[in-house]
Design a protein around this ligand. Structure first.
Ligand code: TXA
Ligand code: MG
Length: 338
């Protein structure tokens, strides 16, 4: 691992180049609408192993396979329930990953040893071009060092991956900002393994029953057998200590006043920044704005050597559930209720 990591603008020529690198078994950072991904040929065990090395990712944590044509789902998955097709029709291309029984063409290293594979058709046009040009299904986890906040710009990817991968395609800032919703199926029921931009409410427009897996909101021990292995690892954590503070604005302000000293910052909602008299980050007013800003602000906190960030608790509805799910992991499940 000692690459001269190139940042490629998304010209046709550079996309061809990314396609060639992927074809020859290299790892390339690619933009998607959610977060940047570390892509490699999902069918090539050596290429996929390089992703695990570059990220420092535990081997039992499966990767999502990215496709650029709905019908490709049948090349990599089998026993697909009818509900999966209806969800694909409504939400693909987009930030929805479906976990299905895998076909043999997907090696075990890609699926973290499981018999299932997560499949997603991203909506980002650059991601789609790269998948098409490579002619491959692309395994891609979020393009951060394992345990760190995900990356939503090419610069973030470079900060974590310089020297570790061959290239990064710069597609600008990601429009969604949190990772895809990961679901599995039990008959026609949908189970949310990881909340994302496609909310429970969205899924209920297609499915009759949507269940939120217990791993979404509670802490799982490292040796637990969980539906989504990613949910048990320390995640999304900046160096700064992150603490979620749940309560009204006035109570948050007096709590912060009592706890404030040098190196301590607040992370507050966009509409509160004018009145807040202490050092702070703003992470948007609506849940989708918070999703866009979250990882960016956690990374900024590290660049500024912030010691502790007290974060206003997001709503747990809609996209807010995804923001909350990432934050409680960044906070090591530390929530102060006022
Ligand atoms: O938006 C996204 O999903 C981004 C972009 C790059 O597409 N990718 C992403 O990948 O977030 P990653 O590897 O950082 O997170 C994938 C999550 C992990 O929690 C993993 O455990 C879960 O999805 N997952 C993947 N395949 C699975 C499977 N077969 N069964 C259960 N969980 C799975
Ligand atoms: Mg990740």
């Amino acid at each position: 691992m000692n690459y001269n990591t190139e940042i490629l603008s998304p010209t046709d020529e550079n996309i061809e180049k990314a396609g060639r690198l992927l074809g020859s078994g290299e790892v390339v950072g690619i933009p998607t609408e959610t977060v940047y991904g570390l892509a490699a040929d999902a069918t090539n065990p050596d290429a996929v192993s390089k992703i695990f090395v570059a990220k420092g990712r535990p081997q039992d944590n499966p990767l999502i396979v990215h496709i650029a044509d709905k019908t490709d789902i049948e090349k990599y998955a089998k026993d697909i329930p009818e509900i999966a097709y209806r969800l694909a029709d409504k939400f693909w291309p987009g930030p929805l990953t479906m976990v299905l029984p895998k076909k043999d063409i997907i090696p075990k290293v890609t699926s973290g040893g499981l018999d299932t594979v997560g499949i997603r058709f991203p909506s980002n046009p650059i991601a789609q071009k790269i998948i098409k040009v490579s002619g491959l299904p692309l395994a891609a986890p979020s393009a951060n060092l394992s345990g760190k906040p995900s990356t939503t710009t090419a610069k973030h990817v470079y900060d974590d991956m310089n020297g570790r991968i061959s290239a990064i395609v710069d597609g600008g800032a990601c429009s969604v900002g949190v990772e895809s919703t990961v679901i599995s199926f039990s008959g026609e029921d949908v189970i949310i393994l990881r909340p994302g931009f496609i909310s429970k409410e969205d899924l209920l427009t297609v499915a009759d029953n949507v269940i939120i897996d217990k791993g979404v909101l509670s802490e799982m021990s490292e040796d637990a057998v969980v539906a989504s292995p990613g949910m048990k690892y320390k995640h999304y954590s900046p160096k700064a200590n992150v603490v979620i503070v749940e309560g009204e604005y006035d109570n948050f302000l007096s709590f912060f006043e009592k706890n404030y000293s040098e190196g301590i910052y607040a992370m507050i909602f966009g509409n509160e920044t004018n009145e807040f008299p202490y050092p702070h980050f703003s992470y948007g007013e609506t849940d989708s704005e918070q999703a866009v800003e979250l990882f960016n602000k956690l990374r900024m906190a590290d660049e500024m050597n912030v010691k502790t960030v007290y974060v206003r608790c997001p709503s747990k509805d809609g996209v807010g559930l995804a923001v909350y799910n990432r934050l409680i992991r960044a906070a090591g499940f530390e929530v102060i209720k006022l």
